[in-house]
Design a protein around this ligand. Structure first.
Ligand SMILES: Cc1cc2nc3c(=O)[nH]c(=O)nc-3n(C[C@H](O)[C@H](O)[C@H](O)COP(=O)(O)OP(=O)(O)OC[C@H]3O[C@@H](n4cnc5c(N)ncnc54)[C@H](O)[C@@H]3O)c2cc1C
Length: 1116
């Protein structure tokens, strides 16, 4: 075979020119193999490995051609590779493997390494010997037997899936009922990538209490062939005794699992699998089950096996039910959820009221970087080619929530080969402070949350830096009280000073005029930003204190200022550049600085480039989330649901530093009336000081919390009165001329317009009747339908922050480079700005480019946030372009038929400046935060959503059936981007309200540290039918090119999904006779939905006194 590399093939190159398969001196193949065969392997790999040159990061790594060409040679030999910490052995015969198992009973025998890999990376486990059993023929075969299908232990789940499917297709249906359910379960087992490598033996032997295959195998009565060197082979049935403890099986330490027989079902046997998790795809089970029933000829149950996972430390059999629960059951419980083909529609209308010249404003234009991003060519910080002397940084963080630091011993870490330095507060030449009510750069004496940054290790690779960071020994002295939750903060009066209070109307008179009053509580938990690209920084020192910083941040200017402050340098020495981010959602507004500033401190100290790219778990524990909120309310209203008085206490969990928490609380206060008029209102808002990572900005920024609370109160009133929530909402809507409590026109008619459009497009009334009918006919599946309005104010609340700058250059070839203060995080800002520049200059978009955002081109820019960036930067660019137009006017007049390029060439020859700045400041806004009176917003963005959702009352599962989303985005600058924002925001909001679950222990440890246990919405969570409508003919004179800000408002559309779930639960409660009034907090996870259905089964669960036990996790 010839190599595709031709003459460049590594075989033809001299030492070191080959593309590498391993690098350094520490990885080697040793001569003292365990068997003769191991020594043979040296002849295959040894000389080549040791003759290879180190890996050069400047070269694109490729799959080694030698491995492609000589794969048979490599596959046919035992391989043993000794690294400094791990010896990896890959035997090729069963006998060798048994010998190894005898010799090293504690060694791990891996196939896919998907369990062991997690244990070593995240659980600090170390296994000095790992044996890979992927190449042992007896473990990889598959054969049909009389009893069923026999599969070798190392068969991957994808192979198993294919083999089972083939038998399901060809064998009689009755024989393959177990196979079919295993296939169905595999669909939901991890991801395709995991299934491609993970094995059946890995799943069985791990014996996880939430393994997805084990309940099926036990219920099916599968058998396992186990083998040891000394005692040979034996067969074990996977029954009640097979899983004998937490992660323990009946196999002896010297035994390996050779194969498994999955039996055929018999004609009178029926089999079912079940998996319950937050999200359907790629999620680990909360509870799962395998169920087999054998019927007699007269259809009486004569065998029942119910095997459950997730109910205890090991798999359990529901033995008493198996013995006694033989009889009839209500089959409606077994009906699957509704399923239909995915449908979607986007109606953007021909609504544009602007004049068109060469313009492309208002047109559907793909995101400018769509091609680069979808083909992997887009460059993010960590894609940048490192310089020769670049080093990597890993953070050293606190493992205590609140403690004094006694000693820090970094000697072991510094002794690790490749480690360059340990960086701490002592190395900060300027102020050890991140300013702006944030924390120190490195904490010195005290830590106030787990994840608090104490120091950093710099090494020649990220891997070594991370490993060494874990070796820093820190002695602490615990402090108390540890305050984690809002309730803890209330108990210990742990609040940041400066609570916000507002009062409007006459509360007492309002309550006196109310026929009814209700008190209640509602809470909304946090949400992780979970952007695709974690926070990343490269800091490159230059001459005389200069520093160039590439950072994944929504706020380059903030990073610049904080680095300058920490280094004790003026800001003009620091340049921060952001080409793009892989998502931000507010998480990179202030908190990029948490790792960017230490990175710059290290670069400054070492005088060499330093790169810090947070691993997902580092990102999740060192940065904050969306603020959890708790609201305590008293509401007064009349029999039609009209609210007369509302008294509210709002608590937000701010974390260990204030950061933006008061701004978030203020936004919540300003959104607390949602779209409803409440004459008499009092709000007290407090920010709780707690020992968790400081919570921060997140798309919606208090607005979603305020609106959620407002809508929950509307629902509470409706439930109390026994009338449809829809009617209560309508009774309270602002009218056309109504003012908000702070004195701004509330846009009542715009809300109505969206609402009516949504009622119409969703066919609300007909579907309401259908949903009610469905609920009357079904006991264990219920449907819910809800419509909710949206009104979201557009502006930063600090009025000075509503300013933006731009710089536009025209080059002599006529091409235009636009720079502005906004950053691109996938939201399409640069695309919209280019459209607006194109419209203003009256040239095609193809002549215009935006390359990056940088502090040396547009200074003092504010964060790209608050849904204002299209307005601020679009209009700043417009101003700059208009300046240039003015300068070009004489040339155009002189050369009326000249094309753009000729005009520019002529202008250059005439000595006309072809570069201009632009600046825009939102006029006429400002609010007094003490009185909460004024005009805080430039305008509102409006919308409405109607969502239908189905729940399974027994499992708490739910499915979005249909959602109709209506948004008034004014005259859209780019409907394609706006629709993308609407669909994305709805889905993110849905994740917040019904799916995502941050798990924190009572002592403040974050358990959710990655995609393995923190689940954001996936494909299966998309509504079966999702329709988006942009309101036509709705120009907004206060927005850029008559548009409205769209980044955050559509997040609120997801409230319709949450209240649809509540509607469905209400229907279930009606059947069981439970009160229609009940509390449902956010997120409403399956366990909450299940228990809220309050039927005879859920009532059997005893109420446990919360003070009587220490929970695993707490609601923040
Ligand atoms: C992202 C992700 C998602 C996941 N999702 C799921 C899921 O949805 N459902 C689920 O059940 N699991 C899930 N898992 C867990 C894991 O993938 C499965 O348990 C998988 O089947 C393990 O197979 P493996 O070959 O990778 O095991 P390995 O990691 O290679 O080995 C696991 C254990 O099995 C032992 N072992 C392997 N083969 C033998 C043998 N022949 N004889 C004796 N001992 C042996 C090993 O020594 C080790 O202790 C997930 C894991 C990850 C990383």
């Amino acid at each position: 075979m010839t190599c595709a590399m031709g003459s460049q093939c590594c075989k033809n190159l001299t030492n070191g020119d080959a593309h590498t398969i391993a690098n350094n001196n520490s990885t080697d193949v040793v001569q003292n193999g365990i068997e003769e065969t191991a020594t043979q392997s040296l002849e295959v790999l040894g000389p080549k490995l040791s003759s290879l040159r180190p890996y050069y990061p400047t070269q694109e790594p490729i799959f080694p051609p030698d491995l492609k060409i000589n794969h048979k040679e490599y596959h046919g030999a035992t391989v043993k590779i000794c690294g400094p910490r791990v010896t990896w052995i890959r035997p090729i015969s069963l006998d060798e493997m048994l010998q190894l198992k005898k010799q090293f009973p504690k060694a791990r025998f891996v196939v896919g390494n998907t369990e062991i890999g997690i244990e070593t990376k995240f659980k600090n486990q170390s296994y000095p010997i790992i044996v890979s059993s992927t190449h042992v023929p007896e473990l990889t075969y598959i054969q049909d037997t009389d009893q069923g299908l026999q599969v070798g232990g190392s068969v991957t789940l994808s192979q198993l899936d294919g083999e089972l499917k083939q038998r399901v297709r060809t064998l009689p249906e009755f024989k393959t009922r177990i196979f079919s359910e295993v296939v169905e379960m595999l669909k939901w087992f991890a991801s395709q990538q995991i299934r491609n490598v993970a094995s059946i033996s890995g799943n069985i032997i791990t014996a996880s209490p939430i393994s997805d295959l084990n309940p099926l195998l036990v219920a099916a009565g599968a058998t396992v062939q186990a083998m040891s060197k000394d005692r040979g082979c034996r067969t074990l049935t996977m029954d009640k005794d097979f899983f004998c403890g937490y992660r323990q099986t009946a196999l002896a330490p010297d035994e390996i699992l050779v194969s498994v027989v999955i039996p055929f079902s018999k004609s009178n046997e029926y089999f079912g699998g079940f998996k319950q998790c937050n999200r359907k795809e790629d999620d680990i089970s909360m509870v799962n089950a395998g169920m087999l029933v054998r019927l007699s000829e007269d259809w009486e149950v004569n065998k029942l096996v119910l095997a459950y996972g997730g109910m205890g430390p090991a798999l359990v059999l529901a033995r008493s039910t198996m013995e006694t629960a033989i009889g009839h059951s209500d089959l409606s419980a077994l009906q699957p959820m509704d399923s239909q083909e995915l449908k979607t529609m986007q109606v953007v209308g021909a609504q544009d009221s602007r004049s068109k010249v060469t313009d492309c404003v208002g047109q559907i234009i793909p995101h400018k970087a769509a091609l680069q991003q979808s083909t992997g060519q887009a460059v993010y910080v960590d894609d940048m080619v490192p310089t020769q002397d670049e080093v990597h940084m890993a953070l050293v963080t606190s493992t205590k929530a609140y403690a004094k630091i006694l000693t820090i011993d970094h000697s072991a870490a510094l002794a690790v080969p490749g480690v360059v330095d340990y960086i701490s507060a002592k190395d900060v030449p300027g102020q050890n402070s991140l300013q702006s009510q944030m924390d120190s750069v490195f904490s010195e004496d005290e830590v106030t949350c787990q994840g608090h940054i104490i120091g950093a290790v710099v090494a020649d690779s990220a891997d070594v830096a991370r490993r060494a960071a874990k070796m820093i020994k820190i002695e602490y002295e615990d402090k108390s009280p540890i305050v984690i939750t809002i309730e803890d903060a209330i108990k210990h009066s742990s609040f940041y000073t400066g609570e916000r209070r507002i009062s409007t109307g006459n509360l007492e008179a309002g309550f006196a005029a109310s026929t009814f009053t209700l008190t209640g509580e509602i809470r909304l938990n946090g949400q992780n930003h979970f952007y695709l690209e974690t926070i990343a920084t490269r800091a490159l020192p230059g001459e005389a204190g200069e520093m160039e910083v590439f950072c994944s941040t929504q706020h380059p200017n903030c990073v610049q200022e904080k680095i300058a402050n920490a280094l004790g340098l003026p800001s003009n020495k620091i340049v921060v550049r952001t080409k793009r981010m892989g998502g931000g959602f507010g998480g990179k507004e202030t908190q990029s600085a948490l790792s960017a500033v230490p990175c710059a401190v290290a670069a400054h100290k070492l005088q060499r480039p330093v790169r810090c790219v947070l691993d997902r778990d580092e990102d999740m524990i060192t940065t904050g989330n969306r603020h959890p909120f708790l609201a305590k309310y008293k509401v007064g209203f009349s029999p039609d649901g009209k609210l007369h008085a509302l008294d509210l206490e709002l608590y937000s969990n701010a974390g260990n530093s204030l950061d933006l928490s008061f701004a978030v609380a203020e936004r919540a206060i300003l959104q607390i009336d949602s779209c409803y008029k409440v004459e008499n209102l009092r709000i007290v808002a407090k920010c709780c000081k707690t020992n968790i990572m400081s919570n921060t900005a997140f798309r919606g920024f208090g607005g979603i919390q305020g609106t959620f609370i407002a809508e929950a109160i509307q629902e509470d009133v409706a439930e109390y009165l026994g009338i449809e929530p829809f009617k209560v909402r309508e009774a309270n809507f602002f009218h056309k001329t109504d003012l908000t409590y702070y004195g701004m026109n509330a846009g009542g008619d715009s809300v109505r317009r969206c609402w009516n459009m949504c009622l119409d497009k969703s066919d609300y009334f007909r579907r309401r009747a259908l949903v009610d009918q469905y609920n009357r006919e079904n006991r264990w599946k219920k449907k819910g339908l809800a419509i909710t309005p949206v009104r979201f104010g557009i502006a930063f609340l600090q009025s000075f922050m509503n300013q933006g700058g731009a710089l536009v250059h025209i080059y002599t070839d006529g091409s235009v480079l636009v720079t502005h203060g906004g950053t691109e995080m996938g939201q399409g800002l640069h695309t919209k700005v280019i459209q607006m520049a194109s419209e203003t200059l009256k040239i095609p978009m193809s002549l215009i480019h935006i390359s990056e955002t940088a502090t040396n081109t547009v200074p003092n820019a504010l964060a790209t946030a608050a849904s204002v960036s299209t307005d601020l930067y679009g209009l700043a660019v417009k101003v700059a372009c208009e300046t240039l137009n003015k300068r070009l006017e004489p040339i155009k007049a002189k050369h009326p038929h000249a094309i753009w390029e000729e005009i520019i060439a002529a202008a250059f020859r005439d000595g006309i400046s072809l570069s201009a700045t632009g600046f825009y400041k939102t006029p006429g806004i400002g609010i007094n935060m003490n009185t909460m009176k004024g005009i805080p917003f430039a305008y509102f963005t409006f919308g409405a959503a109607c969502t239908e959702l189905q729940i399974d009352c027994l499992t708490g599962d739910h499915k979005l059936l249909r959602t109709d989303l209506v948004m008034d985005v004014g005259d859209s600058v780019n409907p394609a981007i706006d629709v993308g924002q609407i669909e994305g925001a709805f889905t993110q909001g849905y994740g917040l309200l019904l799916l995502e679950d941050i798990k924190v222990t009572p002592d403040g440890a974050h358990l959710t540290r990655g995609p393995g246990n923190y689940k954001i919405p996936s494909f299966g969570n998309i509504a079966s039918e999702m329709n988006v409508y942009l309101v036509p003919d709705s120009p907004n004179p206060s927005g850029a090119f008559f548009s409205r800000g769209v980044g955050e408002p559509p997040l609120l559309l997801a409230l319709s999904a949450f209240f649809a779930a509540k509607d469905a639960i209400r229907a279930a409660r009606e059947d069981s006779g439970a009160s229609p009034r009940f509390r449902l907090d956010c997120p409403a996870l399956p366990q909450h939905i299940r228990m809220a259905c309050a039927d005879e089964i859920s009532k059997r669960f005893p109420q446990v006194d919360p003070a009587s036990y220490r929970p695993w996790t707490v609601d923040l």
